[in-house]
Design a binder for this molecule. Structure first.
Ligand SMILES: *[C@@H]1O[C@H](CO)[C@@H](O)[C@H](O)[C@H]1NC(C)=O
Ligand SMILES: *[C@@H]1O[C@H](CO)[C@@H](O)[C@H](O)[C@H]1NC(C)=O
Ligand SMILES: *[C@@H]1O[C@H](CO)[C@@H](O)[C@H](O)[C@H]1NC(C)=O
Ligand SMILES: *[C@@H]1O[C@H](CO)[C@@H](O)[C@H](O)[C@H]1NC(C)=O
Ligand SMILES: *[C@@H]1O[C@H](CO)[C@@H](O)[C@H](O)[C@H]1NC(C)=O
Ligand SMILES: *[C@@H]1O[C@H](CO)[C@@H](O)[C@H](O)[C@H]1NC(C)=O
Ligand SMILES: *[C@@H]1O[C@H](CO)[C@@H](O)[C@H](O)[C@H]1NC(C)=O
Ligand SMILES: *[C@@H]1O[C@H](CO)[C@@H](O)[C@H](O)[C@H]1NC(C)=O
Ligand SMILES: *[C@@H]1O[C@H](CO)[C@@H](O)[C@H](O)[C@H]1NC(C)=O
Ligand SMILES: *[C@@H]1O[C@H](CO)[C@@H](O)[C@H](O)[C@H]1NC(C)=O
Ligand SMILES: *[C@@H]1O[C@H](CO)[C@@H](O)[C@H](O)[C@H]1NC(C)=O
Ligand SMILES: *[C@@H]1O[C@H](CO)[C@@H](O)[C@H](O)[C@H]1NC(C)=O
Length: 655
């Protein structure tokens, strides 16, 4: 008797009812990933086949891996947006080009795999001309709205891509006047079905919407970032869709997977958010850039073909493979008594998907906001299916456990079906687990042959920027950090410099983060210490123009302004300089070079131990400049200001 009582206490009855007779909850809008904000897919495009397609399958292919419902991309704005810059479709107001960057390509690859995937475009930075000399895109709202609509039209005309949603200005002020103009211009252009997401920041737009019915009508989705699974009263009162339009941003080990699994459920349970979108989609940028590896999986070595399908991919699959945008949450969702949460969704045609997570506090913290403590312990749960689901007898079961002790995870494993007796089934839940219990039978754990082994960036690397060996506007592995560097057909030279790499941004953009005052593109291995790097350079701007070649560049991304390294500058005014920082404050050497604009020169920078030397056209120009720090970093090239300049025959030997 005593034994029985203790049993009952240990597994005190925890009943959860799944019922659609009391009405449904909100419509589910999908789970997605962000490419961009910024340049987070930069290295992906340079993977060779078959690896690149394998990676794309893990992200987008239905019933394979993450099988994402939403792809959100940055509308490149020529400015630094966290881990690099992405090119705009309009560097100036009198030109358009819809072949720049890789987001078009990525959207097409996603659509190829899942024609139903929803596409979202959002600006972070804007080209300078949009700001008319200010750092705001709102001075002439019509100009900005037309700039954004040109991108939407280009997507259709040049790539046959239909954009589903459009945003305002990532994590920056939202001007209601602009939102209204954007809505109006979208409608006039016939894009009444493109929804506006606002404001990709905090919840404050909600209060403004309650106050302003025109604004409320203009905004289809309130998109908030890093909401910590909670919403605010005003947002609920708007009766608009609520999304966590950027979330996660956590290192993609098992702790990251725990964060992601928890918020995928709890953003609805606690915050009634019907979509959660990961920043970022895939960690395809140099790992030493800010927020390295904060993607659902990792593909940061195109030179080796190595990639890693990290555990967040399988946490995603638990939801994405068993429900689709257009399904509805049931009202019967919530917390579990001993910690964790459950959600239930239906397609209203008889299908049911229940997702349970029991992530513990210490194993599911996201980068932000701080997570208040909560307890999770093993528990036995009994579900009772009612309403349309009362008759179900067998349910598919998919299971994951993040095992932080043994490190032997179980990831997205199909288990024998759950037997339902008279509408009841019982599960024994342990901690850090995810269960999907569903009528949907199409789930699959996709797999590919092991990718190649990890290898560092090649120690010897060269590029003569001959166009057409590569279909993208950027040269492989160069990661622009301020300015934009594009392949260029230099018609002023039909000889050895007919094909070059050109810096094309001539005006400071409406920035999102701290672009440097100089332009810079990095390449190689952040561990590089001793190396020879050389490049042919062409200054285009008389008198004030200049270019540089650099080694040991220690930081970039949003910290690019503070980058240190060995920077070898050549100016149009006949001088050179060697500085320890991109800003040029710490001068290591300087003197005359006799250089001017319009002439090609070969720059060579040799860095070994504490010393650096430089050559011009193969002759020593300066020697043994003392370099105490940094000890290592990327190689880089760039310009003195926002100015045109060209580069050719880049070559690096690290040793
Ligand atoms: C801006 O666009 C709005 C909405 O289409 C229009 O009513 C207004 O006249 C435009 N303003 C200018 C200055 O073009
Ligand atoms: C609501 O509108 C009033 C009057 O236009 C304004 O004073 C107030 O600041 C607005 N409140 C919000 C939250 O936008
Ligand atoms: C995951 O990485 C984060 C950040 O580096 C670290 O704090 C955490 O301990 C790691 N978690 C596991 C399970 O290794
Ligand atoms: C669920 O539990 C979490 C953590 O204890 C809490 O913050 C949240 O408000 C609860 N949600 C509901 C819907 O009760
Ligand atoms: C569930 O969805 C599948 C497609 O995934 C469909 O064929 C089936 O009719 C739906 N209904 C039920 C009750 O399974
Ligand atoms: C969670 O982490 C804190 C701080 O590292 C530690 O003190 C605590 O013991 C951990 N709790 C569990 C349940 O592991
Ligand atoms: C790299 O190039 C240098 C000089 O050009 C050469 O001495 C060295 O052997 C090369 N290293 C590799 C790994 O190819
Ligand atoms: C550029 O490099 C490619 C590949 O290394 C080579 O085939 C081509 O001849 C080179 N072109 C020029 C102009 O040097
Ligand atoms: C657009 O940009 C791409 C990439 O830089 C370039 O190859 C192409 O020639 C440009 N197209 C036009 C029409 O200028
Ligand atoms: C190079 O060739 C292009 C196209 O054939 C021509 O338009 C241009 O004038 C030539 N440039 C020079 C410097 O010869
Ligand atoms: C680097 O340059 C120095 C000086 O010209 C030369 O002696 C050395 O061989 C070069 N090393 C490599 C690996 O290219
Ligand atoms: C040469 O030009 C650079 C870049 O414009 C400038 O920083 C430097 O002061 C100039 N030097 C002289 C001697 O005029």
């Amino acid at each position: 008797m005593l034994f029985m009582i203790s049993c009952i206490l240990r597994y005190s009855a925890q009943f959860y009812v799944i019922d659609d007779r009391i009405g449904l909850g909100r419509e589910f809008d999908g789970i997605g990933g962000i490419s961009g904000g910024g340049a987070t897919s930069r290295l992906l495009v340079n993977y060779e086949e078959p690896y690149r397609s394998q990676i794309l399958d893990y992200l987008f292919k239905p019933n394979f891996g993450a099988s994402l419902h939403i792809l959100k991309v940055e509308i490149g704005g020529d400015g630094q947006t966290t881990d690099g810059t992405e090119p705009s479709h309009m560097h100036s107001n009198d030109e358009e080009n819809f072949s720049r960057g890789y987001e078009w390509w990525l959207m097409k690859e996603a659509k190829k795999r899942n024609p139903n995937i929803k596409l979202i475009g959002l600006p972070w930075a804007f080209p300078g001309w949009v700001g008319h000399g200010t750092q705001s895109p709102y001075l002439f709202p019509n100009v900005t709205a037309n700039y954004v609509i040109t991108w939407i039209m280009g997507a259709k005309q040049h790539h046959n891509l239909d954009i589903d949603y459009i945003g305002i200005w990532n994590e920056r002020t939202c001007d209601p006047a602009y939102v209204k103009v954007l809505r109006d211009i979208l409608d006039r252009a016939g894009y009444t079905n493109i929804g506006i997401i606002a404001a990709d920041g905090d919840w404050s737009i909600a209060a403004a919407m309650l106050n302003d019915s025109y604004l409320n009508d203009a905004v289809e989705v309130i998109g908030v970032h890093y909401p910590g699974t909670h919403t605010v009263k005003e947002a609920l009162m708007t009766e608009r869709k609520l999304w966590s339009s950027e979330d996660y941003s956590t290192f993609n080990n098992d702790s990251g997977a725990g964060c992601w699994a928890r918020i995928l459920n709890q953003n609805y349970v606690n915050g009634r958010m019907t979509s959660t979108i990961s920043w970022n989609l895939i960690a395809s940028y140099y790992e030493n850039l800010p927020f390295g590896r904060d993607g659902l999986m990792t593909a940061e070595e195109p030179w080796s073909g190595h990639y890693v399908v990290d555990s967040p991919i399988w946490m995603t699959a638990h939801t994405t493979q068993f429900t689709q945008p257009g399904w509805f949450y049931l009202q019967t969702v919530g917390n579990l008594t001993s910690g964790g949460s459950y959600v239930a969704l239906t397609d209203r045609k008889g299908n049911l998907t229940i997702i349970i997570e029991t992530m513990t506090h210490n194993h599911s913290q996201c980068i932000r906001p701080p997570l208040p403590y909560f307890d999770v312990s093993p528990q036995k749960v009994t579900f009772q299916l009612k309403g349309s689901f009362a008759h179900l007898t067998d349910l598919q079961l998919w299971y994951s456990k993040l095992d932080f002790e043994t490190k032997k995870d179980t990831l997205f494993e199909r288990r024998s079906p759950v037997k339902v007796y008279n509408g009841f089934f019982t599960l024994k839940l342990d901690v850090d687990e995810v269960y999907t219990i569903t009528t949907v039978t199409t789930g699959q754990r996709g797999s590919n042959p092991e990718p190649p082994k990890s290898r560092p960036f090649p120690k010897n690397y060269s590029d003569n920027f001959t166009i057409n060996v590569h279909p993208f506007s950027e040269a492989p592995y160069f990661a622009d950090q301020t300015g934009v560097f594009e392949y260029f057909r230099n018609s002023a030279d039909n000889g050895s410099h007919a094909f070059t790499l050109r810096q094309v941004i001539t005006e400071r953009p409406v920035i999102w983060a701290g672009d440097a005052d100089q332009t810079i593109s990095i390449i190689g291995d952040h561990k590089w210490s001793d190396l020879n790097v050389s490049c042919d350079v062409l200054i285009e701007t008389p008198i004030t123009g200049g270019v540089f070649l650099a080694a040991r560049v220690d930081q970039a991304g949003i910290f690019v302004k503070e980058a240190k390294g060995v920077f070898y500058w050549l100016y149009a005014n006949g001088t050179y300089k060697v500085t320890n920082d991109i800003g040029g404050k710490r001068v290591l050497a300087e003197g005359l070079s006799g250089t001017r604009e319009g002439v090609w020169y070969t720059l060579t920078l040799i860095v070994k131990g504490y010393f650096a030397s430089g050559m011009l056209n193969g002759y020593p120009l300066w020697e043994n400049a003392v370099v105490l720090e940094p000890k290592n970093g990327w190689a880089a090239l760039g310009t003195f200001s926002f100015e045109y300049a060209q580069f050719d025959n880049f070559q690096v030997n690290a040793y």
